[in-house]
Ligand binder design. Structure first.
Ligand code: 2AM
Length: 186
C-alpha cells in the first residue's frame, strides 16, 4: 500500500481554505483541486510499503513524536511551487514554525532508520490545494499569479497528533484514508 505521514487539519480550517480559494477555482485553470476533506500537511511520503510493515512504521512514528507536546501551527497565505508565474503546486503556507520543523526532522530520522531514505531537498511545509495538470501549456495559466495574489487565508491549528495515511490512486485523483493516529505527548 501507498503510505505517507501527515498532520490532518480540523474540518473548519479545511473548509476555510477551500472557500478562500473559491475565486481561483472559478477561473477554470487546468488544475486538479484537492477536495476539502483531503487537505493535509505531509511530513513524510513513504511510497509503496508492504502491509506487514505497518506496525514497524507506527513504532517509528511513536519514537519520533516522543517528547513533542501539542503545539500551535499558524497557517497563512497562498503560494505556488516553483513560483506563481509557473505554478505546478498551489498551496497555503505554514513555514517557519520550529516545533513543526523539529517534528518533521524526527519523523525523517526515524523513517530513515526503517529504510526510507531522507529527502534530498529541504522541507517546505505546505498544504497542497491543487496540482496543475500534466502537459498543459503555460499560456493556459496566464493570469494565474494575478488571481492568486489577492487571496487571503489565516488560521491557527492546534497540532495534537500525527497520522499514518494511505493513498489510493483512483481515476479522479487520490483517495486518502487514515490508518493510524499517534497522539503527541500532552
Ligand atoms: P504534495 O502535497 O506536495 O503533492 C500524498 O501523496 C502526499 O504525499 C501529498 O501531500 C504529497 O505532497 C506527498 N508527497 C511527497 N512526495 C511525494 C511523491 N514522490 N509522490 C507522491 N506524493 C508525494
Amino acid at each position: 500500500m501507498r503510505l505517507f505521514i501527515a498532520v490532518n487539519l480540523p474540518q473548519q480550517v479545511r473548509r476555510g481554505m477551500w472557500e478562500a480559494a473559491e475565486s481561483l477555482r472559478a477561473r477554470s485553470y487546468p488544475i486538479r483541486w484537492v477536495p476539502p476533506d483531503s487537505l493535509h500537511l505531509t511530513l513524510k511520503f513513504l511510497g509503496e510499503v508492504a502491509a506487514e510493515r505497518e506496525e514497524e512504521i507506527v513504532g517509528g512514528i511513536r519514537r519520533a513524536v516522543k517528547g513533542t507536546k501539542p503545539f500551535t501551527l499558524p497557517i497563512a497565505g497562498f503560494g505556488a511551487f516553483p513560483s506563481p508565474v509557473r505554478p505546478r503546486v498551489v498551496w497555503v503556507g505554514c513555514e517557519g514554525v520550529p516545533s513543526l520543523e523539529l517534528l518533521q526532522h524526527r519523523v525523517e530520522q526515524e523513517m530513515d532508520r526503517l529504510g526510507f531514505p531522507v529527502e534530498g531537498r529541504p522541507f517546505h511545509p505546505h498544504l497542497t490545494l491543487g496540482r496543475v495538470k500534466r502537459g498543459v501549456k503555460q499560456r493556459t495559466l496566464a493570469g494565474f499569479a494575478a488571481d492568486l495574489g489577492p487571496l487571503e487565508y489565516a488560521a491557527e491549528v492546534l497540532v495534537e497528533s500525527v497520522d499514518l495515511m494511505q493513498s489510493e490512486l483512483m481515476r479522479d485523483g487520490a483517495r486518502y484514508t487514515r490508518r493510524r493516529k499517534v497522539e503527541l505527548e500532552a
